[in-house]
Design a protein around this ligand. Structure first.
Ligand SMILES: *Cc1c(COP(=O)(O)O)cnc(C)c1O
Length: 418
């Protein structure tokens, strides 16, 4: 469910015509719906109501401060994977005690920053990392709260690039070695073992991988309990899918219905790390048609948004619905929607059936709220798009469009070349 709808054949973001936003802010432009973000966040909160829980939004899906602030104001936390995300989350007002920190390659500086900030816990992904955190915490005369990220060897049945919980992946600690690693962790003087973590992949469209993974984790929890390792936080990661095309993924309520019965009688605080399922369908990328190009057996719609603005089609061959802002009776054609970047891999859609588009016409690339702006780059020296949040009839600029000046910020010509 989202609030990008046609009214009288015109596409609206909540109560604002998208065309008005494109004209006001220019394109390419990311537009987010406040009501959709809130609704998706609350869907988790309501579904798990009655069981202690923290919803730690995965900042890598969308790290705009206004969006993080919205979740913070509604009791949310953050799942972070870098020092930069920690910095942004704190600036956005996320309480440090609601921040969990994953990632296979945390640097010393990042670990120290997280220790100083007193985050809820580190989701540790290897024994080397565990020992490093212990050393650094010792030097800072503090104790690091940790969970081990367990790789439960469950196939989430999603795209290989966004699947993370199989034995062959770089993420986490193999479940078979978990007890041993927990014992090691418990013996370390500056480590305080408080949790267990897993995250098996993204865009998962079934409940069963979540159930199977949790069952494995719970067996492990009992084993740890027998060994005197006390776990208080159970972090089940993120990964719930969304509908890009015609997928019918479960909603948080379905997840709760299957998972909560397994957790009854256990005194745990549940942590969830949804990213895509909250932000994905809460954002669109608006782009302008620059040129139409008809070749012998191919048609191209050349737009002003490229793979640097929305990388998912190029990176994962991901499908994003593309809609005209004005619906009407038009002949349908098949075309490739491509950007201005000098790469053949620069496309937003391939062989897509679309109403015949006019030069200068705006198009909306749907489901672009997660892994859209956050994956964007300046490739081809292109300033990154502006971001706008719509709330009812109002619109708010939440990130300025970059300028040519920001492109060269920090660059220096050495003396000998002057
Ligand atoms: C990416 C990631 C998430 C979020 O995944 P979604 O599919 O966007 O819900 C959660 N936890 C970790 C550790 C991640 O790396």
């Amino acid at each position: 469910m989202h609030f990008f709808k046609y009214k009288n054949n015109e596409l609206f973001a909540e109560d604002v015509p998208v065309k008005k936003l494109a004209e006001k802010y220019g394109t390419p432009l990311y537009v987010y719906s406040h009501a959709t973000l809130l609704r998706h966040f609350m869907a988790y909160d309501d579904a798990f109501d009655g069981y202690p829980h923290i919803i730690c939004f995965a900042a890598k899906a969308n790290s705009n401060m206004a969006i993080l602030r919205l979740f913070a104001k509604n009791g949310g936390g953050a799942d972070i994977v870098s020092g930069g995300e920690l910095f942004t989350a704190l600036k956005a007002g996320i309480p440090s005690k609601k921040i969990v920190y994953a990632g296979v390659g945390k640097t010393d500086d990042e670990i120290r920053f997280a220790l100083r900030s007193k985050i809820l816990m580190f989701n540790v992904e290897s024994e080397d990392e565990l020992k490093r955190i212990n050393e650094l915490a010792g030097k800072m005369k503090t104790k690091a709260p940790i969970a081990l990220r367990i790789n439960p060897d469950i196939d989430p049945e999603t795209h290989p690039y966004i699947s993370t919980g199989l034995k062959k992946h770089k993420f986490g600690i193999p479940i078979d070695d978990a007890v041993e690693h927990y014992k090691t962790a418990s013996r370390l003087r500056n480590i305080s073992v408080i949790g267990i973590h897993k995250h098996i992949g993204s865009q998962i469209t079934k409940v069963s991988p979540f159930v199977d993974a949790l069952k494995r984790i719970l067996i492990l929890l009992d084993e740890l309990d027998g060994q005197g390792v006390n776990i208080r936080y159970l972090d089940i990661g993120g990964g719930l899918g969304i509908s890009y095309k015609n997928e019918e993924p479960p909603v948080p309520k379905d997840l709760a219905k299957s998972l909560l019965p397994l957790l009854k009688k256990r005194k745990l605080t549940l942590i969830m790390e949804p990213g895509r399922s909250i932000a994905g369908n809460a954002g669109i990328l608006v782009t302008k048609t620059l040129y139409l190009k008809e070749c012998e057996d191919k048609e191209f719609i050349i737009v002003d948004a490229g793979m640097n603005d929305l990388m998912r089609p190029s990176l994962y061959n991901a499908y994003h619905r593309i809609l005209p802002l004005k619906k009407g009776r038009r002949t349908e054609t098949f075309a490739d929607v491509v950007g201005p970047i000098c790469e053949s891999g620069d496309f937003l859609a391939k062989e897509r059936e679309l109403p015949k588009v006019r030069q200068g016409e705006y198009l909306a690339v749907m489901s672009a709220g997660a892994y859209g702006f956050s994956m964007s780059s300046n490739y081809n020296s292109r300033p990154r798009p502006a971001e706008v949040m719509v709330k009812g009839r109002e619109d708010f600029l939440i990130r300025e469009r970059e300028t040519y000046k920001t492109l060269i910020d920090g660059e220096k010509i050495p003396e000998f070349l002057k």
